[in-house]
Design a protein around this ligand. Structure first.
Ligand code: ATP
Length: 346
């Protein structure tokens, strides 16, 4: 699926700090592609306007492919939680539609939610009970769960999140990472086709973060689609196959992370005293977005090989003091898309 711009606003973000136009008019973005049956989540113009007028989610067109680990990335307040709440039927959209596993929400909540595991606000566990006993209580409260298979399913869920050995430990003795893994186990007590996690590593230390990240990958490898929101670029980069980027309620890009990287505008930077001549040569080669600085000229690399550019500059009488190919980091791309910084430390 290609990177998509906000198809409603037609908004094309400015260049990122790396100088690369990520999503440009020359590289138009298409809307979503693919048959809906290949998509675990589809939204069409999904909008939430809260009382008081604030538009938390604005005409959102999301397409989450089945089998993906889909990172829903955006700064705090960009509308991620509100979107997730609409997907789960917890909040009614003001307008637009959403389908989860092919079922319209919120109308289909009764039928589809048994196939969806969700971690929106961490479940309240009893500190004085063991992890296993907590899951038992949790499972007993789920009317769709068969009590006859509870022990086997709880054992399996604990095993899946790597807590079998700590199953009998009291919850209060669990580390933060263990607590979050137990919460994920609670979401996996019955087989799920889709797992929705809202900021699952929030507040975790680096070790806990690594644990949750590894777990998400394992769950996805077992065939469950995972939709995970995050304001942490590094997290999304490390565990997701696809990403959607939100800014102030608007979708600014979505698609496979590999495509997003490919859409990064690679630039070439030439250090030279002969800037006017260099501009002429680069323009002659048809390079886009030529910019002149003090003793340097930059341009989009397009499909031209750097060695050919270098040769053309030298042949054109340009004294080349330095030549560098600059590829903006994914962070540059995302900051350019959202207009805000991300916490990249994870
Ligand atoms: N019940 C509500 N009533 C009014 N405004 C709300 C409500 N819930 C959320 N908002 C506002 O909608 C916007 C989007 O919030 P939301 O929680 O969806 O964003 P988010 O990306 O999940 O951010 P965070 O990670 O901080 O939760 C915010 O400005 C928030 O203040």
């Amino acid at each position: 699926m290609p990177i998509a711009q906000n198809t409603r606003t037609g908004e094309v973000p400015d260049d990122g700090p790396g100088g690369g136009a990520v999503l440009t008019a020359e590289r138009p973005m298409t809307g979503r592609t693919g048959a809906d049956e290949d998509l675990s989540i589809v939204t069409d113009g999904l909008t939430k306007r809260f009382a008081g007028g604030q538009v938390a989610v604005d005409a959102l067109d999301l397409a989450v492919p089945a089998g993906a680990v889909f990172g829903f990335l955006g700064p705090n307040g960009s509308g991620k939680t509100t979107t997730i709440r609409m997907l789960l039927g917890l909040v009614t959209p003001t307008s637009g539609t959403c389908r989860v596993l092919g079922t319209p929400m919120p109308g289909g909540a009764g039928t589809v939610l048994s196939k969806v595991g969700a971690l929106v606000e961490g479940p309240a566990f009893y500190p004085y009970l063991s992890g296993e006993a907590n899951l038992r209580r949790y499972d007993a409260a789920d009317r769709s769960a068969d009590p006859r298979t509870a022990s086997a399913r709880i054992g399996l869920a604990l095993e899946r999140v790597g807590l079998s050995a700590a199953a009998r430990k009291r919850y209060r003795a669990y580390s933060l990472g263990m607590r979050q893994r137990l919460a994920i186990a609670a979401a996996l007590l019955v087989p799920r086709q889709l797992l929705i996690l809202d900021e699952p590593t929030n507040g975790l230390d680096p070790q806990g973060t690594r644990e949750v990240r590894a777990l998400v990958k394992e769950i996805a490898a077992d065939g469950t689609t995972v939709f995970v929101s995050s304001h942490l670029l590094a997290e999304v980069e490390q565990m997701c196959s696809h990403v959607a980027v939100m800014r102030a309620g608007l979708l600014v890009a979505q698609g496979p992370i590999a495509d997003l990287r490919a859409a990064e505008a690679v630039r070439i930077r030439v250090e030279t005293p002969d800037t006017a001549e260099a501009v002429a040569v680069l323009a002659g080669l048809g390079l886009p977005e030529i910019r002149v600085g003090d003793g340097e000229v930059g341009a989009g690399l397009a499909t031209e090989a750097p060695e050919r550019i270098c040769a053309a500059l030298v042949t054109g009488g340009v004294a080349v003091r330095g030549l560098a190919v600059q590829r903006p980091s994914l962070e540059d791309v995302f900051v350019g898309l959202t207009g805000e910084g991300f916490d990249v430390d994870g």
